[in-house]
Design a binder for this molecule. Structure first.
Ligand code: NDP
Length: 445
């Protein structure tokens, strides 16, 4: 395989899918050497079979808003690869959702799920519907309309969706309710469910906690920990909130959080009480991060900007893709950043990744550092299948163990001759090898 040739070919076949091409390029560039050690892979054209999703379902979703106006949105499910287990991946509701973004996410998910050590394939879905500014009743009607079609394509051993941007406990509850009504089947076909109906303890916390467990492992390789370290966090949704919570538990100082309108910088740090305010603001009132600066004196709010210009030791982007570019990376490096751990999926652009790696700082791609969310989703599936539920401490211990095992795999496959750990290569090669071997064993299907 010559990675550049494969990428050029994919570009000409899928010319309007830049995020998908970006994600594929990052993976192929780093697995090329390992792939070419296995001529049998090339003979089976494994690379194309791995890049192109098994199946793409797209459909119209029709619903009625509170004014009685009939609205339409697009709905999608990308079933990327089920070589190692049932398709598994979140559902995103955001105005920016399109096929390219979901294809990149489903592709990444395949490698991420492989890294978790659990038997899960890769998928992603969603809609260009935005829950922002919608009433509860509108969100429920949309979720129900979305499920009228999605239900045909999912099932506990077939495809198990979960949350993502714009899809939290409320939306998963509405979707699960409709799925149950249509199928008359109470099975673990969604993860991230409420605790009262099969949801796993620690699932809401899992992505953020896992992100920080992974960061701790990275810091350990350089004899450091989080105590007293200043941390820049972007986003203020699920992943950002629990990343912040775990940073505080580990003795770090949270300097910033953000939303799509701007960011807040608190020179005194966002402590436990202030984080509770943000959680209430975002989860209960669905408010804006600017309100934090209105409540606490001395806090700076910067509209229309991201937090990467602030000085700190660690950055963890937890909002969305391509939110940290090459210039941001240069600024962070000039300000003495020592580690970047991604809570979001593909938040750093290729130029930013290149700058971090050239400077040999600790840098980990989201498919490894944010794999805690899907890991606990996998544990939720196991609990549902056995009709039992583990304690929070049991699930947290398993999460920690999985994050440590992903870190070890990255070290195993990503350590370079000079000792620098290339986490991008490590995660991609480790994730790829398992899927590749399973595909080879199963023949041309
Ligand atoms: P949420 O919807 O809970 O939060 C998203 C946050 O990011 C919000 O603060 C939102 O601001 C902000 N945001 C969203 N889009 C943009 C944008 N285009 N520009 C700037 N800010 C934006 O989502 P999650 O926390 O669940 O997801 C965040 C990231 O983590 C995503 O990349 C997701 O794929 C990834 N991820 C999530 C997992 C999970 O378990 N939830 C698992 C693994 C990865 P606003 O409120 O203004 O929209």
């Amino acid at each position: 395989m010559i990675a550049s040739k494969v990428i050029e070919d994919l570009k000409s076949r899928f010319p309007n899918e830049p995020e998908y091409i970006q994600a594929v390029s990052e993976v192929l560039g780093s697995i090329e050497e390992e792939y070419n050690k296995h001529p049998e892979f090339e003979k089976a054209n494994l690379v194309e079979r791995l890049c192109i999703p098994d199946r793409i379902v797209s459909f119209r979703v029709t619903w009625t808003d509170d004014q009685g106006k009939v609205r339409t949105n697009m709905g999608y499910r990308i079933q990327h690869n089920n070589a190692i287990g049932p398709y598994k991946g979140g559902v995103r509701f955001h105005a920016s959702v399109n096929q390219s973004i979901l294809k990149f996410l489903a592709f990444e998910q395949t490698f991420k799920n492989s890294l978790t050590t659990l038997p899960m394939g890769g998928a992603k879905g969603g809609s260009d519907f935005s829950p922002r500014g919608k009433s509860n009743a509108e969100v429920m009607r949309f979720c129900q309309a979305f499920m009228l079609e999605l239900t045909r394509h999912i099932g506990p051993e077939l495809d198990v969706p979960a949350g993502d941007i714009g899809v939290g406990g409320r939306e998963v509850g509405f979707m699960f309710g409709m799925y149950k009504k249509l199928t008359r089947d109470f099975s673990g076909t969604f993860t991230g469910k409420g605790r009262e109906f099969g949801g796993s303890l620690i699932r809401p916390e899992a992505t953020g906690y896992g992100n920080i467990y992974f960061l701790k492992e990275m810091l350990k390789t350089r004899g450091m920990d989080l105590k007293g370290k200043k941390v820049l966090i972007s986003g203020s949704g699920n992943v950002a909130q629990y990343t912040a919570e775990k940073v505080l538990q580990e003795g770090g100082i949270v300097m910033t959080m953000s939303d799509s309108d701007g960011y807040v910088y608190d020179p005194d740090g966002i402590d436990r009480e202030k984080l509770d305010f943000i959680m209430e603001l975002k989860n209960l009132y669905r408010g804006r991060i600017r309100e934090y600066a209105e409540k606490y004196p001395g806090v700076k709010y910067v509209a229309g900007a991201r937090p990467w210009g602030e000085k700190a030791d660690i950055a963890t982007p937890c909002a969305t893709q391509n939110e940290l570019n090459g210039d941001d990376a240069k600024t962070l490096l000039a300000n003495g950043i020592i580690a970047v751990s991604e809570g979001a999926n593909m938040p750093s652009t290729p130029e930013a990744i290149e700058a971090f790696q050239a400077a040999k700082i600790l840098y980990c791609p989201g498919k490894a550092s944010n794999a805690g969310g899907v890991s606990v989703s996998g544990l939720e599936m196991s609990q549902n299948a056995q009709h039992l539920s583990w304690t929070a401490a049991e699930v947290d211990a398993k999460l920690l163990q999985i994050m440590q095992s992903i870190h070890s795999d990255c070290v195993k496959y990503g350590t370079e001759p000079d000792g620098y750990i290339n986490y991008v290569k490590g995660a991609n090669v480790a994730g790829f090898m398992k899927v590749a071997k399973a595909m080879m064993a199963q023949g041309l299907v």
